[in-house]
Design a binder for this molecule. Structure first.
Ligand code: 9D3
Length: 259
């Protein structure tokens, strides 16, 4: 996968891709990350990238011309081989559809290139959304100062899904959300820390009992923290029985579940 990031703050991206799995993926040429300064696609003396909104209102918008020029020259440069998957041109914006694990999987599988446009100020001229991009994405319902951090989130989430990025034993398939539940709790040594002992069953070495404990713990955690996920999760009859028991023993204030 090649990621092209368009931003007015290219320095923002020095650091986030230089550690851990993403750094290794770059070194192994499994991904390429190229950051472009939107100002380099302007021709006026002051390299102006923003302007005031027609009709009035607070704040400034990113102008369409530098964004169109940048995206169109990037698309022309990567002369599309017939075998190659198409580029996704993604605008990060608060108006976008929610970025989920399913969206990350779709980008990883269906595209060999992602051009990520980071909005700033109050937003971006709407002609970018209407006539240039393939996807408009938000990372969640909270207000950030721009699309740079969301772009990092997308690069990170998509990268770890690409072939050979994770070690063969740590498959991306075993992730939280892949079966629609949160992960079960994990423990490492020491078996006793302060007043808190690791559950005996995890130390017992009894694999079937461990698997059962983990499934129950994942169901309990999901009921407590993210009951919304249970609506879509794949649940067996035994899962539903355990959930009913948990619901009976839960104090009302412990659950965020809506009734
Ligand atoms: C008053 C209207 N605001 C929209 C909610 C204006 C506005 C606020 C913040 C316009 C842009 C921004 C900057 N945010 C992003 O560019 C952004 C974002 C976000 O704020 N939250 C979650 N995902 C994203 S993706 C891009």
């Amino acid at each position: 996968m090649r990621f092209d990031l368009l931003t007015i703050f290219p320095e923002f991206f020095s650091g986030p891709f230089d550690f851990g799995i993403v750094k290794r993926a770059r070194q192994q040429n499994l991904i390429e990350v190229v950051v472009h300064d939107l100002r380099s696609f302007t021709f006026d003396r002051h390299h102006i990238v923003d302007d005031r909104p027609f009709g009035g209102g607070d704040g400034m918008l990113l102008k369409p011309e530098p964004i169109f020029l940048a995206v169109e020259s990037l698309l022309a440069e990567g002369a599309q081989l017939p075998s190659e998957k198409p580029a996704a041109v993604v605008l990060l914006s608060p108006q976008g559809r929610l970025f989920t694990q399913a969206e990350a999987v779709r980008f990883a599988c269906d595209h060999s290139r992602m051009i990520l446009i980071c909005g700033r100020y109050e937003g971006v001229d709407e002609r970018v959304a209407e006539h240039l991009i393939t996807d408009e994405i938000s990372i969640g319902d909270y207000v950030l100062t721009g699309g740079e951090i969301p772009a990092m989130v997308v690069v990170d989430a998509v990268t770890r899904l690409l072939p050979n990025v994770l070690g063969s034993d740590t498959s991306a398939i075993h992730d939280s959300f892949s079966d629609g539940l949160l992960d079960s709790p994990h423990f490492t040594r020491p078996a006793q820390f302060r007043d808190w002992a690791v559950p005996d069953v995890l130390i017992s070495g009894h694999h079937a009992e461990v698997a059962k404990w983990r499934r129950k713990a994942a169901l309990r955690k999901t009921l407590l923290m993210r009951p919304d996920l249970l609506v879509k999760a794949e649940l067996s009859d035994l899962d539903r029985q355990w959930l009913d028991e948990f619901r009976k023993t839960l104090k009302p204030e412990e659950s965020f579940e809506k009734d």
